[in-house]
Design a protein around this ligand. Sequence first.
Ligand code: 13P
Ligand code: SF4
Length: 382
Amino acid sequence: MTMALTDLLLLGRESDLESERGVSCTGELPSPSDPSLVERAQKARAALGDRALILGHHYQRDEVIAFADITGDSFKLAQAAAASPTAEYIIFCGVHFMAESADILTSVEQKVILPDLAAGCSMADMATASQVDECWKVLTDLGLADATIPVTYMNSSAAIKSFTGKNGGTVCTSSNAKRAMTWALEQGEKVLFLPDQHLGRNTAVLGLGLTLEDCVLWNPWKPMGGLTENEIRQAKIILWRGHCSVHGRFSLDSVKEVRERISGVKVLVHPECQHEVVAAADVVGSTEMIIKTIEAAPVGSAWAIGTELNLVSRLAKAHPDKSVVFLDKTVCYCSTMNRIDLPHLVWVMESLVNGHLVNQIQVQPEVAKYSKIALERMLALP
Ligand code: 13P
Ligand code: SF4
């Protein structure tokens, strides 16, 4: 039998993808209705012992959080990965960019696994490496790149983190964005903040006391980002036009409505929410900070929380002595975080027990080198 060149190339590409993704099977996924699922998870977890570390982001489902060794926001989980040199396997129950960061921060011997490879982040996809290169070229041509420090939110691809590390910048998360932006403005005159415009704007204006006029919005789909040369020169903060569709749902109307409906309610939101929502809230913070705020709140207090629903529901259940409600009237999960479920977790753990490494996340060494510089700058921020 002869094969056409294109077939051979396609075959090669498929096997490349197989090894890139480490996918060894379809159809081995346990059924969600398997009554022995929890038992299977417990058995596989026990068999892996200290060889595996399971990290769970706060937006994960309850059934997954039940098996997490460490839960946290993206900063805490990055720190946990970096501080676990003896775990052979890090099973990251979160989204793709978090698993990539864990791979960058761990040794080559350690394997990072994402239980479902389709667990991405739509915000991270809003800044591609070629779009960011194009923006940097404009800043270079205007003679501004040397004085501009890139700061990228953790919610970005390894390629964007690598660009940031190469150009003297840092990564930040929602828990250290203010420190990162302050640091960046000490290193240069301008900040290019990627890819979440809301976190960037909220940090600059509500955190650092800059004005809305100090910020401009770079639209990657328009020439020169849709800005004039003068606007770019005048700006202190160049915000990338990215956003989170989950947090974008909360509006000023939701804040007004809940204040009218629940007397004395405090509004607690994630900084990925729109500026007007964050400005109208009582407290703003990362997922870890949201949890700590509710834990420390007095009995009988009322809270409306603007973040992903798995976390808000868990908080409501864990604190029956306080009133915890979702800020918006319509419910909203992060669909990609929700892709990681118990069947996927059981599948990766049982595969490891049987000697098969599946769904490994591996960042290419040349990308990892500069991303690591940017991530380590973040971990070292004062
Ligand atoms: P945290 O760092 O606050 O956990 O946020 C991550 C995230 O993706 C929020 O949408
Ligand atoms: Fe990305 Fe938004 Fe989901 Fe966070 S909640 S992982 S920013 S899509």
